[in-house]
Design a protein around this ligand. Structure first.
Ligand code: MTE
Ligand code: MO
Length: 174
């Protein structure tokens, strides 16, 4: 476990302007998009979760506030099984829709009572605490809903496609 909060990014930290920031869900009957002010006005939840990085640190009882993916998907007419999260900076990660729904995932913008630091994904990041932390895409800008699973950045670079920390699914073949 760890008391500090390591920063792990594959590239530079983007600093998007909130005036231009949107969160978009693609792949439903219509694309659905929220501007920052609209997104912040959505009902939010505060959750306390353990997080697990593939490089073997875990951090317990982290507190986040954000919008449940269930709340976002209420607005989207779809029956797709997979999602690919996309981000400022080009990072992507794939998660089955059933791992994003049922109170299992959030788009978080507050960490430990403060606006999420840019290094940790601010203004907003995906939070999928039951999977390895590389699934929790920083600087997330949307979800692309898909019929067929499409591996994201780390998943095409050797990390496990699903990433269950309890089964220690770190790399392809685990
Ligand atoms: N956009 C983006 N999201 C990302 C990453 C990244 O490089 N880019 N790294 C992932 C990995 S491997 C981990 S362990 C966590 C690290 O989050 P932290 O820097 O807040 O600790 O973010 C994940 N989300
Ligand atoms: Mo990671």
């Amino acid at each position: 476990m760890t008391d500090d909060f390591p920063v792990l990014s594959a590239g530079p930290t983007p600093h998007p302007s909130l005036d231009e920031w949107t969160f978009t869900i693609e792949g439903g009957a219509q694309p659905v998009s929220w501007r920052w002010e609209e997104f912040r006005a959505l009902p939010s939840e505060t959750v306390t979760k353990d997080i697990h990085c593939v490089t073997k640190w875990s951090k317990f009882d982290t507190e986040w506030e954000g919008v449940s993916v269930d709340t976002l998907l209420e607005r989207v007419d779809h029956d797709r099984a997979y999602a690919l999260a996309f981000c400022d900076g080009g990072y992507t990660t794939n998660v089955p829709v059933e791992d994003l729904t049922g109170g299992k995932a959030w788009v978080a913008y507050i960490y430990d009572g403060e606006p999420l630091d840019p290094e940790h994904g601010g203004p907003a990041r995906l939070l999928v605490p039951h999977l390895y932390f590389w699934k929790s895409a920083k600087w997330v800008r949307g979800l692309r809903l898909l019929d067929d699973d499409e591996p994201g950045f780390w998943e095409t670079n050797g990390y496990h496609n699903y990433g269950d920390p309890w089964r220690e699914q770190r790399y392809w073949g685990d």
